[in-house]
Write a protein that binds this ligand. Structure first.
Ligand code: HPA
Length: 234
C-alpha cells in the first residue's frame, strides 16, 4: 500500500492506463479487460487490474489537473513498479483542421508550470512522449482508421481560463489541443525511467465552440482505450 493507493504490492501491472475520471477507469476496465479486480478505492479514486489479450493491465484514475496526477504517477512508479503509463483523456482542440471526436497523440506537452517546475529552476524542461509508445499508438490509430493528429499539446493549470492570451499563443504556435495532465506525467515518467504517452479524444473545440454531446463521449473514449492498449503491447 502507498499513501493514496490501497493496492497490495503485485496487484498493479507494469502497464497502467490513466483516465482522469475514476468512473471512466471502471467503465474501461469492465469493457476491455478480463478477470477484472478493483485494486484501489482510496478517496474514491478507482483502480482496476485485469488482462487484455493475455497481458496484465491496470486502469487507474488520475483525477483532474497535474497535482492530482502527480501523486498517482509517483506512487504507481515508485511504490508499485509501473513502467508504462498512458494517459487516456479528453482535450479541447486548438486548430481549425481538428474536429471533435478526433484523437490527438501528444508528442510534447507545453506548459506554464508543472508540479515538477521547482526542480528545474531557470531551465525550461520539454516534456515529451516515449517514442516507442508514440509509434505504437500512431500505428494502432492508423489501423483502426480513427482520425488522428500527432503533435504538441498544452497542459494548462486551469480549465476556467482568465488568460485567453495564453491559448492564443499556443494556437499561433501550432499546438493541437489543451488538457491538464500530460506535462507532469511525461516529466515524472522521465525522472524515474518509465515510459509515458497521452492519447486524447477531442471533447470540445476552443475555436468553433463545438462540444461532444455526453452520450457520444463513451464511444469515442472506447477508440482511445483500444489505441492505448495496442500501443502498450505493440
Ligand atoms: N481546457 C482544459 N482542459 C480540457 C479542455 C479544455 O478546454 N477540454 C478537455 N479538457
Amino acid at each position: 500500500m502507498s499513501i493514496h493507493i490501497g493496492a497490495e504490492k503485485g496487484q498493479i501491472a507494469e502497464t497502467v492506463l490513466m483516465p482522469g475520471d475514476p468512473y471512466r477507469a471502471k467503465w474501461a476496465a469492465e469493457t476491455f479487460l478480463k478477470d477484472v479486480e478493483c485494486i484501489n478505492q482510496v478517496r474514491g479514486m478507482l483502480g482496476f487490474t485485469g488482462t487484455w489479450n493475455g497481458n496484465r493491465v491496470t486502469i487507474h484514475g488520475s483525477g483532474m489537473g497535474m497535482p492530482s496526477l502527480s501523486i498517482y504517477a509517483n506512487e504507481l512508479i515508485r511504490d508499485f513498479g509501473a513502467k508504462n503509463l498512458i494517459r487516456i483523456g479528453s482535450c479541447g482542440a486548438m486548430q481549425e483542421h481538428i474536429n471533435v471526436r478526433d484523437v490527438i497523440i501528444a508528442m510534447t506537452a507545453s506548459n506554464l508550470s508543472t508540479p515538477s517546475r521547482g526542480i528545474f529552476r531557470e531551465l525550461n524542461f520539454a516534456p515529451c512522449a516515449d517514442w516507442s509508445l508514440l509509434r505504437g499508438a500512431v500505428a494502432a490509430a492508423e489501423e483502426k482508421g480513427t482520425p488522428t493528429h500527432v503533435g504538441g499539446i498544452y497542459s494548462s493549470d486551469v480549465f476556467y481560463d482568465e488568460r485567453p492570451d495564453l491559448n492564443e499563443q499556443m494556437i499561433r504556435h501550432g499546438i493541437l489541443g489543451v488538457e491538464m495532465e500530460a506535462a507532469e506525467l511525461y516529466t515524472v515518467a522521465a525522472r524515474h525511467g518509465a515510459r509515458a504517452l497521452a492519447v486524447l479524444t477531442v471533447s470540445d473545440h476552443l475555436i468553433t465552440g463545438e462540444a461532444l454531446p455526453s452520450e457520444e463521449r463513451e464511444r469515442s473514449f472506447g477508440d482511445m482505450v483500444e489505441i492505448a492498449l495496442n500501443a502498450a503491447f505493440a
